[in-house]
Design a protein around this ligand. Structure first.
Ligand SMILES: Cc1cc2nc3c(=O)[nH]c(=O)nc-3n(C[C@H](O)[C@H](O)[C@H](O)COP(=O)(O)OP(=O)(O)OC[C@H]3O[C@@H](n4cnc5c(N)ncnc54)[C@H](O)[C@@H]3O)c2cc1C
Length: 367
């Protein structure tokens, strides 16, 4: 028996945190996640079924305002994936006495933590293009809220739905939420398979970055997995939407109406100065007055944005990613062939372009 429909689990892990009998575990076969109930332990309390965001219609909110802009802290902005808005909000929230909860990479896992120390919160920074794992975080958020504190939770939209469901109506006024515009997420096992080709493993690396501004590529322990400036085959597959778990292709949150106080993403298609684009420009969509206040208090440059242009340039503000024709073949082939071999054959022209770039960089003709 599974908590939600077969192959529809988003991996938010709420059911695991809700179950008092420790009767639920996640089965991850890379194609999809399933939250499986151990019927010997289950006492039929139904708490998991009732709370699961996949079994409920999300309460989505229409935006009240749209902005583009960036973190005014130049040092953080230069390291941020986009305009550094996540960490600008975290900084101000902690300054105002609150706690911030988000995702970080440590000891091979993309897990969640909560802190009221900005130096610690900086470890949350960066885009992780993989399914992160919030297991265990929801009770911690509730505990901090119950103690009278405010909490800012930054995560994927499915994780925001989960934290709101766990916390319940009583503490919503102290819970602040920021979700990311999200293409979709692959299982970390996909990343592990990819890294294995380079004799690397998530457990043994210290740091991993997935992008810097418009440069989309894996950088492991400060070295481009292929070469800085050249896109790797994990990233090529991710950006095309090939490798996400099944639920992502029917994501309920990929729309203009959102689940959080503020949604952040990239201001693709922006007409601001080219130098600012190089430094990183984010899109911010505000759903609530709480969100508006949070944004205006933070050290963020806020500029108007052409809403239709922003939406047209960001597909996941309208619909989920569609399933790629070559997805089933990829998951069949990965059982016997190498990741790079399959992606090379499926994305020949893009891969050849990256190979040429690599040669030009090595010859010193391109930087
Ligand atoms: C899987 C994924 C898909 C995305 N798809 C799109 C898209 O289609 N269009 C678009 O405009 N933007 C997308 N984004 C958002 C974009 O890549 C940036 O993460 C976002 O703009 C924030 O940038 P920033 O400079 O403000 O980051 P920062 O100031 O560094 O803040 C980033 C915050 O996001 C949190 N975070 C990052 N990755 C994860 C994760 N996997 N799980 C939970 N929390 C996480 C960090 O922990 C941190 O708190 C996606 C992000 C992810 C993780």
């Amino acid at each position: 028996m599974t908590v939600c429909d077969i192959d529809k689990c988003a991996g938010c892990m709420l059911c695991i945190d809700v179950c008092k009998k420790e009767a639920i575990h996640i089965e991850d076969n890379m194609v999809s996640y399933n939250a499986v109930i151990d019927e010997d332990k289950c006492v039929n309390c139904n708490a998991c079924h009732k709370k699961c965001p996949q079994n409920n219609t999300p309460e989505k909110i229409s935006p009240i305002s749209w902005y583009q802009g960036w973190n005014r802290d130049d040092e953080y902005r230069s390291k941020a994936p986009s305009g550094g808005i996540g960490m600008a909000l975290a900084k101000q929230f902690i300054k105002d006495g609150g706690y911030v909860c988000s995702c970080l990479f440590k000891d091979g896992d993309f897990y969640f933590d909560i802190t009221n120390d900005y130096e610690q919160a900086l470890k949350f920074g960066g885009s992780k293009y993989v399914k992160s794992n919030p297991v265990g975080i929801y009770p911690k958020v509730l505990e901090v809220l119950k103690a009278g504190n405010k909490v800012l939770f930054i995560g994927l939209p499915c994780q925001i739905a989960a934290v709101k469901a766990y916390v319940g109506a009583q503490y919503q006024d102290r819970l602040y939420t920021v979700d990311l515009i999200c293409h979709g997420t692959p299982s970390p096992k996909i990343l592990e398979l990819f890294l294995k080709q380079y004799s690397k493993s998530l457990k043994t690396i210290k740091d991993i970055k997935f992008r810097l501004k418009t440069k989309m590529q894996l950088v492991v322990d400060d070295k481009g997995i292929v070469c800085k400036g050249v896109s790797d085959k994990y990233t090529i597959a991710f950006l095309d939407g090939l490798t996400y778990t099944s639920n992502c292709y029917s994501c309920k949150y990929a729309s203009r109406e959102r689940i959080s106080d503020i949604t952040i993403g990239d201001s693709w298609g922006t007409k601001v100065d080219a130098e600012e684009i190089r430094k990183g420009v984010s899109l911010m969509v505000v759903q609530t007055e709480k969100g508006e206040q949070m944004l205006k208090n933070a050290d963020i440059e806020l500029l108007p944005v052409d809403v239709e242009n922003a939406v047209n340039n960001n597909e996941q503000l309208s619909r989920p990613m569609s399933i790629r024709k070559n997805r089933s073949a990829f998951f069949e082939l990965i059982k016997k062939k190498s990741f790079n071999h399959i992606i090379f054959n499926q994305y020949k022209s893009n891969c050849l372009k990256q190979d040429v770039k690599l040669v030009l960089i090595k010859l010193g003709l391109v930087h």
